[in-house]
Design a protein around this ligand. Sequence first.
Ligand SMILES: NC(=O)c1ccc[n+]([C@@H]2O[C@H](COP(=O)([O-])OP(=O)(O)OC[C@H]3O[C@@H](n4cnc5c(N)ncnc54)[C@H](O)[C@@H]3O)[C@@H](O)[C@H]2O)c1
Length: 289
Amino acid sequence: MQTVAVIGAGQMGAGIAQVVAQAGIRVLLSDVSLEVAEGAKAKITKGLLKLVEKGKIGEGEATDALARIAPVGDYAPMAEADLIIEAATEREEIKHRIFDAAGKVLRGDAIMASNTSSIPITRMAVSSPDPARFIGVHFFNPVPVMKLVEVIPGLATSAATVAAVKDFVARLGKEAVQSEDEAGFIVNRILVPMLNEACFVLGSGTASVADIDKGCRLGLNHPMGPLELADFIGLDTCLEIMRVIHASTGDSKYRPAPLLAKYVEAGWLGRKSGRGFYDYSGEAPVPTR
Ligand SMILES: NC(=O)c1ccc[n+]([C@@H]2O[C@H](COP(=O)([O-])OP(=O)(O)OC[C@H]3O[C@@H](n4cnc5c(N)ncnc54)[C@H](O)[C@@H]3O)[C@@H](O)[C@H]2O)c1
């Protein structure tokens, strides 16, 4: 694999671009505009320079990785990509539009993948030119730190596509697990209903944000409490995942917590918007309830 295109340069797309470039592969990075993609590259630059300062990587590694990342303003250059990874906002209609448009330049032997957290792969594959070459590759946040990648073949995904993507994951130094194409796959099907339940617990006034998080950190030995983690993932992403699991199972136990929906309606999306269950405007996060 020589060239990978990443569509959507938010926290996940930028992280994927960084690890792919560090693995020696050229990256074409895009978002809604060239300016946004360039802004994402500037953030990656800052992150890599911090790693150099901490002595975790050499200056040469950082410079070489950055030289491999090219922000692009449209899909045409992606005709060179061996793999296109979509990592845009977790909204199915946005993703279908991307697969349709990027599919027009996808090479006949190239693979198209989605980093979706929950949307069924088989359903999205219909918007790509060849469902045999369409697959889910689900990275975890923050991408440079988290070892796991879930690999999710859709109904029509070929064995060759699965094998090529597993090779790619190994080349990044990450571990793959394979999941059937069920909403939420393995990890989010277990995790996000728990985060949603923490929102129900908060909404019913059982405990404060600080005590819910402290309870799970100390009582379950989790490194982060569920509300901190929901803020870290993005409350909009958590809400969409619950909606997808709820709609595809039809099981009311997966209904999104009203408080979670309200926070998203208020634009309180967690860390990325500066406020969620915590306020991030000061030096340290402050619980808001
Ligand atoms: N946040 C997490 O912890 C996490 C973990 C694994 C997977 N994911 C998945 O990764 C994807 C991205 O999540 P994120 O957390 O990076 O979100 P984010 O909000 O940080 O970034 C989304 C990016 O997509 C861009 N975008 C929107 N429409 C676009 C379009 N039409 N074309 C190109 N770019 C477009 C936005 O401008 C934004 O930069 C989602 O599918 C999400 O479910 C998220």
